[in-house]
Design a binder for this molecule. Structure first.
Ligand code: DAH
Length: 352
């Protein structure tokens, strides 16, 4: 180890990285100075005293030479970089693109507000999309091997669970959670193996459940007619309750509205040319109540379920459901909504 040679190497370093190499060569774990210091251990106490003091002085000198050189090199490197870095001030500033509220989000909001007005509590944002057989089928009076299962073909995952085919599973979960009486809605994703202009493998449903001691089909009709008037913003909605079949309701009905639907435009009224199916509903089947330990001789009520995409498409004239999921900003700017135009928005987005 030659001090002068080291100092010369420091002085001649052309960059901070070259200087770092010198630093490691001298002061690193197996650097020349570190090795020399380690040699002290082998010397007699007298020798060690003299040589130790000498080496420490050299070490201080080298460290301060490195520090000095380092600040000089760093400064010149920064200056070099500033000289070569150019900011292109001619570039256009990124366009400030405004987002839109997706029509499905808008309709979820409308539904929430309407059903809140009708006295329904929103539940279960956290209920699982991956559901078990009991909640999706068995407890809803659809036992294993029941043919109604094949109407709702879905995706099974390991362990026998499945992607829920209907939000009706939440009827069971909510009654397990808080018993009866109950008056709730839930909204969420459901899954089926479908894919065309009006069906998607994932879509959203809204489900309602009202159970108490004296709830009748008259309440069901009144509630749903009020809902449709508020949702479609019309004074009168001609409806028919067409007998149907759902395993979890008895009697079951499909609710249709009288309307004309031309080029995606919906006109509701008695002079319409067709009945259009809007939703499924019925009086909750005694077996469903029994499956959650509720006595059907004491409690009864109604349930209903509908597709949120379908309602959105009807209300806002959207013809292809698949467009709802393509994140095409042109489509969104056409069918979407300005958050500022939606007062008191509760779901999902806050007003900005
Ligand atoms: N779960 C049904 C479906 O997905 C819709 C439905 C029908 C829900 C009748 C209900 C009901 O609560 O009472 O097709």
């Amino acid at each position: 180890m030659d001090k002068n040679e080291i100092l010369k190497r420091i002085e001649n370093s052309k960059s901070t990285s070259e200087l770092e190499t010198v630093n490691v060569d001298v002061l690193g774990k197996s650097g020349s100075l570190s090795l020399a210091l380690r040699e002290l251990g082998k010397m007699s106490p007298d020798e060690r005293k003299v040589r130790g003091a000498e080496l420490n002085l050299i070490k201080q000198e080298i460290i301060s030479a490195i520090e000095n050189k380092k600040s000089i090199l760093e400064l010149s490197e920064i200056n070099e970089k500033l000289k070569s870095d150019k900011i292109d001030i001619t570039l256009n500033k990124a366009e400030n693109i405004k987002g839109f509220v997706h029509p499905i989000t808008k309709v979820r909001e409308e539904l929430l507000q309407i059903f809140a007005t009708l006295g329904f509590r929103l539940v279960s944002a956290n209920d699982p999309d991956i559901e078990d057989d009991f909640h999706n089928f068995t407890a809803l009076n659809v036992p294993e091997f029941h043919p109604a299962r094949s109407m709702q073909d879905t995706f099974f995952v390991e362990g026998g669970n499945l992607l829920r085919t209907q939000t009706s599973s939440v009827q069971i979960r909510e009654m397990e959670r808080s018993g009866v009486p109950v008056k709730v809605i839930t909204m969420g994703r459901v899954y089926r193996s479908d894919w065309d202009a009006t069906h998607s493998p994932m879509f959203h449903q809204i489900e309602g459940l009202y159970i108490d001691k004296n709830i009748t089909m008259a309440h069901l009709k009144g509630c749903l007619i009020d809902f449709l008037k508020l949702f479609f913003e019309v004074d009168d909605v001609p409806t028919q309750f067409r007998p149907s079949y759902f395993p979890f309701t008895e009697p079951s009905a499909e609710m249709d509205i009288r309307c004309t639907l031309k080029d995606g435009e919906l006109k509701i009224g008695a002079n319409g040319n067709r009945w259009l199916e809007i939703l499924g509903c019925g009086m909750v089947h005694p077996n469903v109540l029994k499956s959650v330990g509720v006595n059907p001789d004491e409690y009864q009520g109604f349930a209903f379920g509908m597709g949120i995409e379908r309602l959105t498409m009807l209300k806002y004239g959207i013809s292809d459901i698949r467009k709802c999921y393509e994140a095409d900003t042109r489509w969104l700017s056409h069918y979407g909504f300005d958050a500022n135009d939606i007062p008191n928005m509760i779901t999902g987005l806050s007003k900005k």
